[in-house]
Write a protein of this length. Structure first.
Length: 205
């Protein structure tokens, strides 16, 4: 399983996560980022082309060495300086109140203790700073949620710890953040169990 997780899955993710629909979503989620930004679950750098000019630096947090290697060209081409600064969203290597914004795109499904990571996000955000997120998670429809619960053990295995059924808004609030904008929808072109999406902004509560 380690071989699959280390050597295969990052390549699959790099392909699957880079599609037209996701690019549109990434552009929306990144649109209002500014200043010193931290990204948790940086992956292969697929958000980099969407960073607006107001971003002065990106500090990336990502455990997969292969993801960072696959991101190399995007990092070189990025309009903002990128520093790979950490490997675990649950223990962010940044001072309190040091980031203007944090970005998380489809990462809270996978970080083992998402609430611990969100407490860290809250700790490092400057007063007035914000978490910009898009995540898939537990659907609001009961029937879809039942399917998500059934499929979750398989999903966790084939997608390296990714959960289909996390209650994303509840986790964000539990992490000490207050959601100031939230769009809830099914992403186009995917089965509903995988497509239940939460997109928005949260600030320190
Ligand atoms: C579904 S991928 C999303 C990647 C990227 N955010 C994107 O939008 O393409 C989930 C990412 O979370 C990362 N991840 C897993 N555990 C993590 C942790 N403890 N801290 C930070 N990131 C983690 C994975 O390595 C993977 O890159």
């Amino acid at each position: 399983m380690a071989f699959y997780g280390d050597k295969i899955f990052p390549r699959v993710m790099n392909r699957l996560m880079d599609n037209k629909n996701n690019r549109e979503i990434r552009a929306r989620v990144c649109r209002d980022l500014a200043g010193d930004v931290v990204e948790i679950g940086f992956g292969t750098g697929l958000n980099l082309p969407h960073f607006p000019a107001g971003v002065t630096r990106l500090q990336a947090v990502e455990p997969s060495k292969l993801c960072i290697r696959l991101a190399a060209q995007r990092i070189d081409a990025a309009a903002v300086p990128v520093r790979v600064a950490g490997t675990d969203g649950q223990f962010l290597p940044f001072a309190d109140e040091s980031a203007d914004a944090v970005l998380s795109t489809w990462s809270l499904c996978t970080i083992p203790d998402a609430v611990a990571a969100l407490h860290e996000v809250r700790r490092i955000l400057r007063p007035g700073g914000s978490l910009h997120f898009v995540e898939h998670g537990a659907a609001t429809d009961e029937a879809v949620r039942r399917w998500q619960d059934r499929l979750n053990p398989i999903q966790r295995r084939i997608a390296c710890g990714c959960n289909l059924n996390r209650d994303i808004p509840a986790l964000i609030e539990e992490g000490g953040l207050r959601i100031s904008r939230l769009d809830t929808y099914y992403a186009r072109g995917e089965p509903k169990s995988f497509a239940a999406t939460y997109e928005g902004v949260a600030t320190a509560a």
